[in-house]
Design a protein around this ligand. Structure first.
Ligand SMILES: NC(=O)c1ccc[n+]([C@@H]2O[C@H](COP(=O)([O-])OP(=O)(O)OC[C@H]3O[C@@H](n4cnc5c(N)ncnc54)[C@H](O)[C@@H]3O)[C@@H](O)[C@H]2O)c1
Ligand SMILES: [Zn+2]
Length: 357
């Protein structure tokens, strides 16, 4: 059964459609009205079949152009940004035309940023094809590219016109990428969504085996939580910060490994373990609840070992985190299960303590 959700405020409100065969003319054609030209942006790791299916669903409503980037985080570059802008200009795209991102978070982020800046903004649609993109990056309007000084340092808040989540595209995703996406699903359960927490606890096997019905349910629950939070706080002035649960440490672990050793979701899983432990050390949650968090992460077979990292090595990366405001490090901690809070009132000694297994 197709499921629908909405995110964004007033005229920036957009529909998120979730179903097994969501990539179809029936779902896409209504979004193409008034757009004579459409640029599909994807990368060469996304199965061609998926891009072809999107192209077929767009025709004959619009004239379709395609740019396929080289897969990998490097694709979110200033060079590609400029290349796509030039392509749009040379193909005479105007503000009534459209961009469709077909891919993971990398494709979604650069496509969204191009859409936000070409002619000061043209419409775009997200068709996310990784679990991470389906439960996280395609919703919320954050777009970004990387510069040599750091990841995601340039970008804009720019909502898509629609998000189409076709769960059948996940079939070809590697198990490792799939599990990395699951870390973000667990995040929503821990910060806000109690029923998602129990859903995850009840069905780990079916989820790991990618049984369709349960996957659709956890994607819906994740997006439901994300959409609620980002609609309330479009530009990250408040509540939206809880989406960074586990991320201060996760980002530090990723950066420490020069973004080569570990996937984002794998690092976030370790980060959530640390954040939960600090919550316990700060007496915000009981030891029993902390153990429930660890048990959930272990149910999904995350490697939670921390012995290869030492606090002193990670510290500079932790302190560099964007979430530092007015010189104080803000942490997302748990007040209770499925209830996160942002605080700068914690004993810094507990940061180090939490990293000891
Ligand atoms: N904008 C946001 O709110 C937000 C949130 C989280 C992450 N991000 C960004 O997202 C990016 C990570 O996204 P990601 O994890 O999706 O990585 P990704 O986009 O690099 O995709 C991972 C790999 O899977 C391949 N792939 C995509 N779909 C596939 C499919 N259906 N079958 C087989 N292979 C497929 C890709 O080609 C790529 O090689 C990072 O750049 C991160 O900064 C953005
Ligand atoms: Zn994340």
């Amino acid at each position: 059964m197709a499921k629908e959700l909405f995110a964004g405020q007033r005229k920036n409100k957009y529909k998120i459609l979730i179903s097994k065969e969501a990539i179809s003319r029936k779902n896409i054609a209504p979004l193409l009205k008034e757009h004579k030209k459409t640029l599909i942006i994807s990368d060469d790791g996304v199965p061609q079949k998926i891009v072809k299916k999107v192209t077929a669903a767009c025709k004959p409503s619009t004239k379709v152009f395609e740019i396929i980037l080289q897969q990998g985080e490097k694709a979110k570059s200033i060079q590609n940004f400029q290349k796509i802008l030039n392509f749009l200009a040379e193909s005479n795209f105007d503000r009534t035309d459209l961009i469709i991102a077909v891919g993971g978070g990398v494709v979604g982020d650069i496509s969204g940023y191009v859409a936000s800046s070409y002619l000061r903004g043209i419409p775009f649609i997200q068709i996310p094809t990784t679990l991470l993109a389906q439960v996280d990056s395609s919703v919320g309007g954050k777009t970004a590219i990387n510069i040599s000084a750091g990841k995601n340092l340039v970008g804009a808040f720019y909502n898509p016109k629609g998000v189409i989540i076709d769960t059948s595209v996940l079939k070809t995703l590697s198990n490792r990428e799939f599990k990395a996406g699951l870390a973000e699903v667990i995040k929503y359960a821990l910060i806000k969504n109690k029923s998602l927490f129990s859903l995850l606890k009840r069905h780990p096997k079916e989820i790991l085996l990618m049984h369709h019905k349960i996957i659709e349910e956890i994607i819906f629950a994740s997006i439901h939580t994300k959409a609620q939070i980002v609609t309330q706080d479009e530009k990250e002035n408040g509540i939206r910060a809880i989406l960074n649960f586990g991320h201060t440490f996760g980002h530090a672990i990723e950066a420490h490994g020069k973004y080569k050793k570990i996937l984002h979701g794998e690092a976030v899983a370790k980060g959530m373990k640390i954040a939960s432990k600090i919550s316990y050390l700060e007496s915000l949650i009981s030891e029993k609840d902390h153990k429930k968090v660890i048990a959930l992460l272990e149910m999904f077979e995350f490697d939670l070992s921390l012995n290869q990292y030492n606090y002193e090595e990670l510290k500079p990366y932790i302190l560099r985190d964007k979430k530092i405001k007015a010189g104080r490090l803000n942490l997302v901690l748990l007040n209770q299960l499925s209830n996160a809070t942002v605080t700068s009132a914690f004993d810094t000694k507990n940061l180090k303590k939490a990293m000891q297994d």
